[in-house]
Write a protein that binds this ligand. Structure first.
Ligand code: ATP
Ligand code: MG
Length: 615
């Protein structure tokens, strides 16, 4: 790491440097009214850029009219259909959508929900919601009807906007029917705006439903962007639900956008005209962060891909080639999918590609090398953040200085934020020592809990374990150069003699040639905890007792004594692709698995029950 970078980081993270730093960063946005101050009060009760007013849609759309024909979005899907939307068209469509939403009664401060696949309309309507100063809540496709009904009510949405259907991995998904089932449970939603995906959708509307096609204005309409105070909420996100029931979190308008735009300048240093593809579902914060709050705000070009990237082995590389993609931001699970698809997934003309950024889970060293060997011209970066703090806790800010990558690490400290590793008693630990990851000082992208006006629940959840620090719930260590290694969730730490983070075991086992994916959990034994490993074998590999023994001895050579190895066809994952280890622990103990509202595929439960019973 360069000395220059280290010196800057030390300055920015001091009390003197922090407001100055974040004050300078605010100039990336156009403010209708300049903020009075940078920060007032102390985190977690701080206000950022108070008195400043702005509008997200103005920053993302109107500011780009200097070059109106530039492409704002490319869209493509599994079948290879395509669209290109210029910034001029984006302006027109956002204004048309805003007009309709305003006619439907949406005003500043209202909450609007949206369920759509990755299509341009998702961008039009999201930015239209922001143009009116309303609060946006994007939901995953395929949440159970109870979960969706709960979230619609929790968020207090009056309006739900949906696209009628989508195709994922070759299968058609009927979104309208899903939404109707949720609404029949009783919600506060008064109207549903239905956005058709072709002629055959424009029939059979039910009560309260409005077909966008019927109210859409063909002519030019202009809706003035509504000024919003910096600290007003812009969006509500729900956490992934990996460690428990998902939590609803609000992000502000000014601070959130400033923090995100700085984060990506540092992570990617994007240049005007560059093409950026974010591989994520809409319900995960990653999609809106990139496609609503950074790409158009920086005037870049986004690729929206509708469907599953693993649908065909060459889908990824075809999209990169077709649109000349320069930057990819991907969930960890997607990078594992590419690896499991084999070399074909990245063989082709990838010369445009210069960076792949990982987020979601620690990227294991095996996958890192796999990508690096096949794409030697591409920098494999990392950013570690969480819904509660959508600013990197650690990352690879190579836009700022030379940040050589260390495989297995989430990167270094970010200017504007600061992590520490603490022991059980809250004492800071030095390099090489494993402990709890906490953050201080806190960036402007620190969320507030939804429906928690006095910040009480937030303080209790995140501030009480280690007074003075925000507790991430993660476990890890840093090395002498300040590179952070996330070893897993603190809840999942295995107590076997010493404390072992799940990632420590998993990152070894996935280097075995017979293993596609694996997950480690601790379970109670008479003499402490045992390690259970659930292994997904590679295609064509026979999973038997011999392989199980082989894996045990493979791990023993790395210092891990594994007690049980079982095989399964897949792992229990959240919709954002994270392994739900708590579910496996519950199954072993014969307990209720708890909240599984974000479990991507519930049929995995049955399979796991069977394999755990018979082993
Ligand atoms: P819940 O809080 O509901 O249990 P969750 O923590 O998975 O779910 P998110 O906010 O989507 O919800 O994920 C944040 C977590 O993801 C972090 O706390 C960390 O454990 C993990 N994470 C995210 N990015 C990275 C990364 N680049 N490297 C390592 N871990 C990461
Ligand atoms: Mg979390």
């Amino acid at each position: 790491m360069s000395r220059y970078y280290t010196a800057r980081i030390i300055f920015h993270n001091t009390i003197l440097g922090l407001p100055k730093f974040w004050g300078e960063m605010a100039s990336c946005l156009t403010w209708f009214k300049r903020p009075r101050t940078v920060i007032e009060g102390e985190p977690p009760n701080a206000s950022w850029y108070s008195g400043g007013t702005l509008n997200i849609s103005f920053n993302a759309v109107d500011r780009n009219l200097d070059e109106p024909e530039r492409v704002a979005f490319y869209w493509t899907n599994e079948a290879g259909e395509e669209r290109a939307i210029s910034y001029r068209e984006l302006w027109n469509e956002v204004n048309r959508a805003s007009y309709v939403l305003r006619e439907m009664g949406i005003r500043k401060g209202d909450t609007v929900s949206l369920i759509m696949p990755s299509v341009p309309e998702a961008v039009f309507f999201s930015l239209a919601v922001h143009r009116l100063g309303a609060v946006l809540v994007i939901h995953y496709i395929g949440l159970s009807e109870d979960t969706l009904a709960y979230r619609l009510n929790d968020a207090g949405s009056k309006l739900l906007i949906l696209a009628t259907r989508t195709v994922r991995n070759g299968k058609e998904i009927d979104i309208t029917s899903m939404a109707r089932r949720a609404l029949s449970k009783g919600t506060q939603v008064e109207k549903v705006l239905v956005v058709g995906r072709g002629k055959r959708d424009s029939h059979d509307l039910e009560k309260g439903e409005v077909d966008y096609n019927d109210v859409y204005s063909r002519g030019k309409v202009e809706v003035r962007p509504v000024p919003v105070e910096s600290n007003s909420p812009s969006t509500i996100y729900y956490t992934s639900g990996t460690t428990g029931r998902p939590k609803g979190l609000e992000q502000s308008t000014g601070g959130y956008l400033v923090a995100l735009n700085w984060a990506f300048r540092a992570l990617m240093n994007p240049r005007r005209g560059e093409v950026w593809w974010t591989i994520s579902e809409l319900g995960w914060p990653v999609w809106p962060m990139a496609n609503l709050y950074v790409i158009p705000v920086m005037g870049l070009t986004a690729v929206l891909f509708e469907g599953f990237v693993g649908h065909r082995p060459d889908t990824f590389v075809r999209v990169v080639e077709r649109f000349g993609v320069n930057l990819v931001w991907s969930s960890t699970t997607t990078l594992y999918t590419l690896k499991s698809l084999g070399d074909e997934s990245v063989s082709g003309d990838t010369s445009s590609l210069r960076l792949i950024l990982n987020t979601g889970e620690p990227l294991n060293v095996g996958a890192w090398y796999w990508l690096r060997q096949r794409l030697p011209h591409v920098y494999i970066g990392d950013a570690y953040w969480m819904t509660e703090h959508l600013f990197p806790i650690a990352g690879t800010p190579w836009g700022v200085g030379e940040i050589p990558y260390k495989p297995g690490s989430a990167g270094v400290m970010f200017p504007g934020s600061e992590y520490h590793i603490l022991d059980d008693d809250g004492r800071p630990l030095g390099s090489g020592k494993k402990g709890y990851i906490v953050i201080r000082p806190i960036s402007p992208a620190l969320a507030r809990m939804h429906n928690d006006p006095d910040n009480e629940r937030f303080l209790k959840t995140y501030w009480s374990r280690f007074p003075g620090y925000f507790y991430t719930g993660d476990y890890g260590y840093h090395d002498t150069q300040g590179y952070l290694f996330v070893l897993g969730r603190a809840d999942d730490v295995i107590q076997k003699g010493e404390r072992i983070g799940t990632m420590e075991v998993e990152s070894v086992v996935v280097t075995h040639p017979s293993v596609a994916e694996a997950c480690a959990v601790g379970y109670p034994k008479v003499d402490g905890e045992g390690i259970l490993l659930i292994v997904v074998p590679r295609k064509g590999v026979t999973a038997n007792e011999t392989l199980a023994e082989d894996l045990k001895s493979y791990l023993r050579n790395s210092g891990f004594l594994v007690d049980r190895v079982v095989f399964a066809s897949r792992l229990p994952k959240t919709k954002s692709g994270k392994i739900m280890r708590r579910l496996i622990r519950a199954l072993i103990r014969g307990e209720n698995p708890g909240d599984i509202s974000t479990l991507d595929d519930v049929t995995v439960l049955h399979e796991l029950r069977e394999v755990l019973k018979h082993n």
